[in-house]
Design a protein around this ligand. Structure first.
Ligand code: AMP
Length: 282
């Protein structure tokens, strides 16, 4: 694996490539969720580029930019083990001074769900992903369903900005108790992680409710809330049942596809999870 830190060096490598290039953008502190995206890229594309860039503009003042986990040596080892072709490892100056500014068309999706709690977030994410696309010029890119709203927003951005990049969405990887893997899970102890699995278990109770034909979203949200408050240290930021296209809350669940998503604070860590549900047409 080659580690490239500058845009110029990357461009020199890129100019020599003729075949498909899969790109996996990350913030680092890699885990099996990231690895699953990389494995997909290795399967589908001739070359795979992974970026590690802790993008400051997607963190608000009160968030954990300074303490965000960093395991660079281990990350390099793991990427090398998977035979990733290039690790793109730029610094802030490289991305914000040496890559041209991009103008991202604003989207209604930015201010829903995660955007309500973290209004800066999707502006920061789309700006850096577009800049990275402009440098890497991939044919394919791989995003996780764990960050469902991000996935929808990047899909929309690829269409509106007319990038000819195929986005491949990859399922959420979980630990054996169901907790979605996340770099931020490293803030939690082993016992905390066991307890945090109640988030996924509560989402699955909602799924059971949907399977049983409950169509009132408030009832379904109550199922989630009642289940999760059995752990007194959990504080729900939001639980949402939204239309998958516009991400507005739904009044009655009919035959549409819905995104059931949540953010929960536990031991000072904000954990997110979701699932997508489609009512069968029986
Ligand atoms: P991050 O480093 O957290 O920005 O994540 C980089 C990419 O990995 C994003 O596309 C995430 O959606 C994806 N990802 C993070 N956690 C998981 C997971 N548990 N399962 C699948 N994909 C994930």
């Amino acid at each position: 694996m080659k580690i490239i830190k500058t845009v110029d060096e990357f461009a020199a490598w890129r100019n020599r490539q003729k075949n498909s290039i899969g790109f996996v953008p990350t913030l680092g502190a890699l885990h099996d969720g990231h690895m699953s995206l990389i494995k997909q890229s290795k399967k589908k594309c001739q070359s795979t580029v992974v970026s590690i860039f802790l993008n400051p503009t997607q963190f608000a003042q009160n968030e954990d930019l300074d303490s965000y986990p960093s395991t660079l040596d281990q990350d390099i080892h793991n990427l090398d083990f998977l035979s990733v072709d290039i690790l793109f490892l730029p610094n802030e100056k490289e991305m914000y001074q040496n890559v041209s500014e991009v103008k991202i068309p604003s989207s209604d999706l930015f201010n829903k769900l995660e955007g309500k709690s973290r209004p800066h977030f999707f502006y920061g994410v789309t700006t850096i992903v577009a800049k990275l696309f402009n440098v890497i010029k991939p044919t394919h890119t791989f995003f996780g369903e764990k960050d469902a709203q991000q996935l929808f927003i990047i899909t929309e951005m690829i269409a509106t900005m007319k990038y000819s990049i195929k986005l491949v969405s990859c399922p959420t990887i979980r630990d054996k108790n169901g907790l979605a893997l996340s770099s931020r899970n490293s803030y939690l102890s082993t016992d905390d992680k066991k307890q945090a699995a109640i988030i996924y278990q509560s989402l699955m109770k909602v799924k059971e409710g949907l399977d049983q034909g409950i169509s009132n979203p408030n009832k379904l949200k109550d199922i989630f809330k009642k289940n999760i408050v059995t752990n007194h240290n959990m504080k729900i930021d939001y639980i949402s049942i939204a239309d998958i296209k516009i991400l507005d809350e739904i009044d009655t669940i009919k035959e549409q596809k819905v995104l059931v998503s949540t953010a929960v604070f536990f031991q000072g860590v904000r954990l997110i999870d979701n699932f997508i549900y489609r009512l069968s047409e029986t």
